[in-house]
Design a protein around this ligand. Structure first.
Ligand SMILES: *Cc1c(COP(=O)(O)O)cnc(C)c1O
Length: 416
């Protein structure tokens, strides 16, 4: 048998690969007006428009009431938790399989992260909420991992009946829907990121959305040194007392790029979904592997289908053979389990008194060790990610499906 022709490795990337004339025009507009700060510029009567316009289009796109732009997705998490009043003595549930910031921002506000197992969807197992809630639990952070929504109906039910806030971390999944509604509308408060690797990017940047006026006002105050300026009071009249906030304000330059990118999200999503359909349509019912289950297949973003192999020993050879065929196939995309990260192994915050783990005599305590997460350990050793991107073509998608089928035959010993 002759080996199929090797196709050049496709160039990965989502929003940043779509940067073009639209981003340039909006950035130039900010520079030519000499107004890089969102709250005032040349004309004291007329605040600069870019961040305000981004917030307006963002809340309309998501279908929610309030949006607040901040400096990053991590800042958005910190601000969202502060808005909810979460601090020392509190516990926040978050999946063990999640991005660094999902853990560290909980520590930053002084609360204790409580790690939860994922299920085959690679998102939070909603049953974990019942297992992990204590009288100190204040919130659940639900991460929508890589363009696939978590099962928000059971999460909301389990969390709200226990009086917990639900915080959606949508950093990786802007534009993803669940049961016909955008993610970010299924919680009390939700966060997004415009970092380089995300669906839409300005290099850095973040967004918070909510329908709750009190949370909106407190988020604004946390993001702007405790103040609450007229542009916000025009949307929600001030009711909350000032408190010592941080400084997480978005610049007009960031907003210019993020606005142009936001307007491209649905085009990027349609592109990815079309390619994903070509790939996964041909990978159904294969022996020894399955695809990542998606709670709402009509709603996912489609930039990264996942193969879940039955046998973890086959993952290495499977990936190596795909890689040799120039198929991009990360086993993990920057994410790895929180309990394996250095800051969990040490349990340290920036100062000893700020660590939420200082009361534990032995560290790592139960709940922070690999052996406490058998399902997360098992699942994350068995998957292969097949990223798709803005520059991928239909021919790339077909080639990926061909390659997976060929490697599947080889690795599972099914002959040629
Ligand atoms: C990227 C990311 C963040 C943090 O966003 P930054 O803008 O990089 O600070 C938070 N949560 C998740 C799930 C992410 O993927």
């Amino acid at each position: 048998m002759t080996a199929p022709a090797l196709r050049p490795r496709p160039v990965p990337g989502l929003g940043f690969q779509a940067i073009g004339a639209e981003e340039e025009a909006l950035v130039l507009d900010v520079l030519r007006r000499k107004e890089p700060f969102r709250y005032y510029g040349g004309d004291p009567a007329k605040p600069p428009p870019m961040t305000a316009q981004l917030e307006k289009e963002f809340r309309e796109y998501i279908g929610t009431d309030y949006a607040l732009a901040v400096t990053s997705g991590s800042a958005a998490l910190e601000v969202a938790m502060a808005a909810c009043g979460i601090g020392p003595g509190d516990e926040v549930i978050v999946t063990a399989w999640s991005w660094i910031a999902c853990f560290t921002t909980i520590v930053r506000v002084g609360a204790r992260p409580v790690l939860a197992e994922i299920d085959e969807s690679l998102n939070l197992d909603p049953k974990e909420i019942a297992r992990l809630t204590t009288p100190k639990t204040r919130a659940v952070i639900v991460v929508h991992y890589q363009g696939v929504a978590a099962a928000m109906e059971p999460v909301e039910l389990e969390a709200h009946r226990r009086g917990l806030y639900v915080i959606e971390d949508c950093a990786q999944s802007l534009g993803t829907r669940y049961r016909g509604r955008q993610i970010g509308t299924w919680s009390d408060i939700a966060t997004f990121s415009f970092q380089y690797n995300k669906v839409a990017t300005a290099g850095e940047g973040g967004m918070i959305v909510t329908r709750d006026q009190r949370l909106y006002e407190r988020a604004v105050r946390m993001s702007d040194l405790g103040s609450y300026r007229p542009v916000h009071a025009a949307q929600v009249p001030a009711k909350e007392p000032a408190f010592a906030g941080g400084q997480f304000r978005m610049s007009e330059l960031t907003a210019a790029v993020a606005l142009a990118q936001l307007r491209k999200v649905d085009r990027i999503r349609a592109h990815c979904r079309a390619l994903q359909a070509r790939v996964v349509g041909r990978l159904q019912g294969l022996k020894g592997l399955k695809l990542r289950p998606v709670a709402d297949p009509a709603g996912d973003f489609g930039f990264e289908p996942y193969l879940l192999l039955d046998d973890p020993a086959l993952v290495g050879p499977f990936r190596d053979k795909l890689d040799a065929r120039n198929v991009n196939c990360g086993q993990r995309t920057g994410t790895y389990p929180q309990y394996n990260r250095d800051y969990v192994k040490t349990g340290l915050a920036h100062a000893p008194g700020a660590s939420p783990f200082r009361e534990f005599k032995d560290w790592p305590a139960p709940g922070y060790r690999p052996e406490d997460f058998p399902r997360t350990e098992d699942l994350t050793k068995r998957f292969i990610a097949l990223p798709l991107g803005w520059l991928y073509t239909e021919a790339d998608a077909d080639y990926i499906a061909d390659a997976v089928l060929a490697v599947h035959r080889e690795v599972l010993g099914l002959g040629c």
